[in-house]
Write a protein that binds this ligand. Structure first.
Ligand code: NAD
Ligand code: GLY
Length: 357
């Protein structure tokens, strides 16, 4: 079983990747401050995996409570977060009670934020069950909720004690959600590793049918890149922003279209194609590289065209991006395939050309 470490000094933590991890209490118990947890999950994941995880932990002598939230990006908000606090208080959870996130990125982001806030901070463990959450959201400590005006605008940096990515859970994931996860995998190739990008292209069919060796390599390499970036820049003073390739456009799509209508990974995919097109306008990518980016996105079963939105709507939603500085939009673009750059110098005319073709 491959294990990686996110190297953050005394807050370092392991990422375990492999099949059957839901049965491995020994990967969780050492990270608990007391033998008591609250599992946070949702109405889709609970019937699939909650009983199994509960049995694993109870066999190891852990007292397990749970809270089952409604499912969906549209519920990643204050009202749903408050259900977690209600359950924690009603169950008299203590400062050493660990929160365990069992689900995709929505559950992981909300559980992490709840853990950061409850009694000013309790431990938490991530058990991601979507490809997207296994390659991205469970690692690195970004937690939070959406606001109607802006995606993930309220939250905290708060690291988990451990991440367990059980690759068996991907077998129940709908194909559309698997593709959404591949968007973030492609992102790592585009921003960091051209060789990995080429490997992804060659292995896309295997990835889409969950070939065990291929999917395990894709998750491992993605987490390795993310862990390396997070270890260098945990709180996004600079470098970490490259993990947001396509996200300025993507977050605007998600907010403008109504949360949940475009999946996060789908919006990021279309956003990465826009970022490639903007990189071409700035003279960094050629036409062939933009076409190449588009082809990889399509091969993963993802949209390569953004929805039609008025230019002012784009500007309104992109203006609520966390990279905005002094009121100025900043974008993650590509110097070449495999190398990202962060820039505030995208002329409005170029942006308009890219967004309103
Ligand atoms: P999600 O959490 O909504 O999960 C997708 C769907 O799959 C949901 O309906 C969920 O219930 C279901 N599901 C989960 N596991 C399943 C399984 N094993 N079998 C069947 N169904 C399953 O979406 P996501 O794509 O996992 O995550 C997207 C969220 O992650 C967004 O809110 C995004 O902003 C956030 N995100 C955060 C970070 C970060 O660094 N914190 C990074 C990337 C994305
Ligand atoms: N997904 C972007 C980040 O973790 O920084």
């Amino acid at each position: 079983m491959p294990t990686l470490t996110v190297d953050l000094g005394d807050r370092s933590y392991p990422i375990h990747i492999g099949p059957g991890l839901l049965d491995r209490a020994e990967l969780i118990v050492p990270h608990l401050a007391q033998k008591r947890v609250m599992v946070v999950t949702n109405t889709t994941v609970a019937p699939l995996y909650l009983a199994r995880l509960t049995a694993t932990l109870e066999r190891a002598g852990v007292a397990v409570a749970n809270v089952v939230l409604p499912d969906g990006e549209a519920y990643k908000n204050w009202e749903t977060l408050n259900l977690v606090f209600d359950a924690l208080l009603a169950g008299r959870a203590e400062r050493k009670t660990t929160l365990v996130a069992l689900g995709g990125g929505v559950i992981g982001d909300m559980t992490g934020f709840a853990a950061a806030c409850y009694q000013r901070g309790v431990p938490f463990v991530q058990i991601p069950t979507t490809l997207l959450s296994q390659v991205d959201s469970s690692v690195g400590g970004k937690t939070g909720i959406n606001h109607p005006l802006g995606k993930n605008m309220i939250g905290a940096f708060y690291q988990p004690r451990a991440v367990l990515a059980d690759t068996d859970t991907l077998r129940t994931l709908p194909a559309r959600e698997l593709s959404a996860g591949l968007a973030e995998v492609i992102k790592y190739g585009l921003i960091w590793d051209a060789e990995f990008l080429a490997w992804l292209e060659a292995n896309m069919a295997k990835l889409r049918t969950l070939d065990p060796a291929a999917i395990s390599h894709a998750i491992h390499r993605s987490c390795e890149i993310k862990a390396q970036v997070v270890a260098q820049d945990e709180r996004e003073g600079g470098l970490r922003a490259i993990l947001n390739l396509g996200h300025t456009f993507g977050h605007a799509i998600e907010s403008a279209m109504g949360y949940g209508n475009w999946l996060h990974g789908e919006a990021v995919a279309a956003g990465m194609v826009l970022a490639a097109a903007a990189s071409q306008r700035l003279g960094w990518l050629g036409e062939a590289e933009v076409a190449h980016t588009r082809a990889i996105v399509r091969a993963a079963g993802l949209p390569d065209v953004a929805p039609e939105l008025p230019f002012d709507t784009w500007l309104e939603y992109m203006g609520h991006d966390k990279k905005v500085e002094g009121g100025k939009l900043r974008f993650v673009l590509l110097k070449r395939l495999g190398e990202a750059v962060i820039t505030g110098d995208v002329p409005e005319a170029a942006l308009r050309d890219v967004l309103i073709p």
